[in-house]
Design a protein around this ligand. Structure first.
Ligand SMILES: [Zn+2]
Length: 408
């Protein structure tokens, strides 16, 4: 476990209580001016002015630089093979997600390529993508399966994610996306039964380190009742409910999720007023993915209304073959422009609130005494530069510190 003293930082984004933020709290980013951050044995020990370095502790001069918590990306699909760059031109010509899907493109292409891919190659692909995320300041990432659709490939994907959990320097959470699409030739009711009775028990038995259970609750994929059956079957194994809801069609998926006390729901472009109230009451996090709204030209989710109603709003990348974005800074920028968030709201959504969406606020999401000492040193005098900057974020992220160690 490493120790370091970050000295003379022009700004430190600090949180005294280290808790998730709702409503007007989201409008505030607490900043300490001209301060130091001391990390001992991988944990934040002290934040304040004129701190002395204990013997043997590395000192980094951070004059003119700001120190912020590392980003938490709570929604990614980074385990896949196959190149889908050609679909960008189809989308530009006007094809929608479901149209590409029906033509055997989209997810089915990725599924075929991922099924064929060796476990070794899949591991290399995942590790390279995680390395890219790290360079742009993501220190925690959730990673989903979901491009197998059959039990064998889903388990291969989950083994690859488990390997990353055990050996990649980032903190990784594993999500079993048991129902991402209905395989060609199958029907949703039959697949739901098979997933509940065969796939989920097999995955649980194999001890693959799963943290969350996910489904794509969508018209033409799995309806709210089928989704509910699979989510409950997953939760029976101790996995947190964290799923895709109300992206393309309103089918009362978010109402169902709130009823189940889901930890988090993603997308929510078409969430209802009633579901927003229920999510606030149940403290179910809303994981907003502005990259998807941007690429698919969807009307973005009603983020202002969610914030006004005290929903815990998180921002994440949705990295997948359809959304080639590793960058949480770009996601925050889109959150401001497309979802009309303030810079402060976007920053809190990409750090402490996305940590909340993964149940990790005790250890990640803010610079708070006692939490894991993972943070970013920005080559800029204020945290605002990382939201303001459009592209070239590696130039702003000067250093990534993981568990008190200088990673890059
Ligand atoms: Zn997704």
């Amino acid at each position: 476990m490493a120790s370091i003293l970050l000295k003379n930082c022009s700004e430190v984004v600090y949180s005294k209580n280290g808790r998730e933020k709702i409503g007007s709290e989201m409008a505030v980013v607490d900043v300490l001016i001209d301060s130091d951050v001391l990390i001992i044995d991988g944990k934040f020990k002290q934040i304040g002015k004129n701190l002395d370095a204990p013997e043997g502790v590395t000192v980094m001069d951070c004059s003119g630089k700001s120190v912020i918590p590392g980003f938490v990306d709570g929604h990614t699909h980074p385990v896949f093979d196959g190149d889908r760059s050609n679909e960008f031109s189809m989308k530009l010509a006007g094809a929608g997600y479901m149209e590409i899907h029906k033509q055997g493109g989209g997810i089915h292409y990725t599924v075929n390529e991922t099924r064929k891919c060796s476990e070794e190659r899949l591991t290399n692909l995942l590790f390279n993508r995680l390395d890219q995320m790290l360079l742009q300041g993501t220190v925690v990432a959730e990673a989903k399966s979901g491009y197998g659709l059959d039990c064998e490939t889903e388990m291969k994907m989950l083994r690859v994610i488990k390997k990353a959990k055990e050996t990649h320097p980032m903190k990784i959470q594993s999500t079993y996306l048991c129902a991402h699409a209905v395989p060609p030739g199958a029907d949703a009711a039959q697949m739901t039964k098979e997933i509940v009775e065969e796939h989920i028990p097999a995955v649980a038995k194999a001890n693959l380190g799963v943290d969350n259970i996910d489904v794509f609750c969508e018209k033409g994929v799995y309806d709210a009742q089928q989704s509910k059956e699979m989510l409950l079957a997953g939760r029976a194994h101790g996995w947190a409910i964290n799923f895709h809801a109300e992206e393309l069609t309103y089918i009362k998926g978010a109402e169902m999720g709130a009823e189940l006390d889901a930890r988090a729901m993603s997308h929510l472009e078409l969430v209802s007023d009633a579901a927003i109230q229920s999510m606030a009451a149940k403290k179910t996090a809303a994981v907003v993915l502005p990259t998807t709204a941007y690429i698919l030209k969807l009307v973005p989710p009603p983020v202002r209304q969610m914030i006004q109603n005290n929903v815990v709003v998180a921002l994440c990348s949705d990295y997948n073959p359809n959304v080639p974005c590793f960058s949480m800074p770009f996601v925050m920028h889109l959150g401001c422009i497309l979802c009309k968030m303030t810079m402060e709201e976007a920053f809190n959504a990409a750090t402490i609130n996305s940590a909340f969406s993964l149940g990790l606020t005790d250890s990640y999401g803010s610079i708070t005494e006692g939490k894991v000492g993972s943070c970013l040193v920005l080559d800029a005098p204020s945290w605002k530069h990382i939201v303001y900057q459009l592209g070239n974020h590696q130039n702003v992220v000067k250093h990534v510190i993981l568990d008190g160690r200088i990673h890059s």
